[in-house]
Write a protein that binds this ligand. Structure first.
Ligand code: GH3
Ligand code: MG
Ligand code: MG
Ligand code: MG
Length: 312
C-alpha cells in the first residue's frame, strides 16, 4: 500500500508558518492497529513538517497522551481490542484532553456509521483511501486551530501571560521536575504597590497599562524556560527553574529597579510605580500551594517593611 509521498511543497509552507510564529512543530498521535499503515501516515505527517508518534495498542493511549502531549489524535475506527469511537469517548471523559481534536481514519464507507462515530466523540472523519496531501492538510489545520484555542484558554487576555489556574498547573509540573533533577527552583510572588491609587488618580485604563508594562518587562527580562503568570489583578507569580535563591533575588531585584524607573505618562503629569516581591526556594516535599504560600508571606513582609523591595 505504501505509495510515494508528495508533501514537499506543503512542508516548506508549514515550516515557514511555524517559523513565523516561533512555534514548536505540531504533534500528532497516530493510533492504528495496522503498524505498516500507521508508519506510512507518520512519514506523511513528518514530511509535512509535523511531529508524529505511532501507537498500535489502543490500551497504551493514555500513556502516549501523557508523554507525547499531542496537538491532534489520528484514530483508527476498527481495532481489535477497542473501537476508535469507544476510545475517543474514554479520552473525552478526561478534562485534560478535552481540547485535543480527534480525527478518525477509516475505510468505513457507510455514512451512517461515520455519523455514529462522530456522535460518540471525535471531530472529523477521513475516509481511506486518502491522499497524502489531504491527510497532512487536515491534520495541520486541526492542530493549528487547537493551538490557537488553547492559547486563548490559557493566556490572560490583558497581558498574554498564563492565567491563575495555568500558572499553578505549570508550577506543579516544574516542582515535580525539580524533585527528580534536584535543581533549585524558586517561586516569586510579586504585587504592585499602592495600585488602588493608580486607578483612583489616573483611571482604570492607565492601571491596565501599568499591569501590561510590568508583564512585558517580566517577559523581556526572564528566560524562556521561566514561568510567568498573572496570578490576580496586579499580582504576578513566577517560577524560575534551575536557579539558586541568591541568583533569583538578583534577577528580581534588577527587574524591580527597572520598573521603578519606568515613567508612565498621564494627562498632564508623569508618575512612577513600584512593586514588592517575595521569594521562596521550592521544597519539593511541600505542595504547590504551600510553596506559593511561602512566597506570598515573604511578599507581605516586603509590604510591611516599606514596599519596593525583594524579600527572601
Ligand atoms: P498594596 O501596596 O498593599 O498592594 O496596595 P494596593 O492598592 O495595590 O492593594 P490592593 O490589592 O488592595 O489593590 C489592588 C487593586 O487593583 C484593586 C483593584 O481595583 C485593582 N485591580 C485589580 N485588577 C485590575 C485590573 O485588571 N486593572 C486595573 N486597572 N485595576 C485592577
Ligand atoms: Mg484497524
Ligand atoms: Mg494585590
Ligand atoms: Mg498591590
Amino acid at each position: 500500500f505504501v505509495k510515494p509521498i508528495n508533501a514537499g511543497a506543503l512542508e516548506a509552507r508549514v515550516q515557514r508558518l511555524l517559523l513565523q510564529r516561533k512555534q514548536a512543530p505540531f504533534r500528532v498521535l497516530i493510533v492504528d492497529d495496522d503498524a505498516l499503515l500507521a508508519e506510512h501516515y507518520k512519514l506523511v505527517i513528518e514530511q509535512a513538517g509535523l511531529a508524529a508518534e505511532v501507537l498500535t495498542e489502543p490500551n497504551q493511549v493514555f500513556k502516549g497522551l501523557k508523554s507525547f502531549q499531542p496537538d491532534v489524535i489520528l484514530l483508527d475506527v476498527n481495532m481489535p481490542d477497542c473501537s476508535g469511537p469507544e476510545l475517543a469517548q474514554l479520552i473525552r471523559f478526561q478534562d485534560e484532553w478535552l481540547g485535543v481534536p480527534i480525527i478518525y481514519l477509516s475505510s468505513e464507507a457507510d455514512s451512517q456509521r461515520q455519523l455514529d462515530a462522530l456522535v460518540k466523540a471525535g471531530d472529523d472523519f477521513l475516509s481511506k483511501p486518502i491522499t497524502d496531501q489531504a491527510l497532512a492538510v487536515t491534520v495541520f489545520a486541526r492542530a493549528q486551530r487547537a493551538r490557537q484555542l488553547s492559547e486563548m484558554m490559557t493566556k490572560d487576555s490583558l497581558t498574554g501571560l498564563l492565567q491563575h489556574a495555568n500558572i499553578k498547573d505549570r508550577l506543579s509540573d516544574e516542582i515535580a521536575k525539580a524533585g527528580r533533577t534536584r535543581d533549585p527552583l524558586v517561586v516569586v510572588m510579586l504585587d504592585i504597590d499602592h495600585f488602588k491609587r493608580v486607578n483612583d488618580e489616573h483611571g482604570h485604563l492607565m492601571g491596565d497599562q501599568v499591569i501590561t508594562s510590568l508583564a512585558n518587562l517580566l517577559k523581556q527580562q526572564l528566560r524562556k524556560s521561566d514561568l510567568v503568570g498573572r496570578y490576580g489583578g496586579e499580582e504576578f507569580l513566577l517560577g524560575l527553574p534551575d536557579c539558586p535563591l541568591d541568583k533569583a533575588r538578583r534577577i528580581v531585584d534588577t527587574i524591580r529597579d527597572k520598573f521603578q524607573q519606568l515613567p508612565f505618562t498621564a494627562k498632564d503629569s508623569s508618575f512612577y510605580c513600584t512593586f514588592s516581591a517575595g521569594l521562596a526556594l521550592v521544597n519539593t516535599r511541600q505542595s504547590t500551594d504551600e510553596n506559593i504560600d511561602r512566597a506570598d508571606q515573604a511578599m507581605y513582609k516586603a509590604k510591611e517593611q516599606g514596599r519596593n523591595q525583594v524579600i527572601l
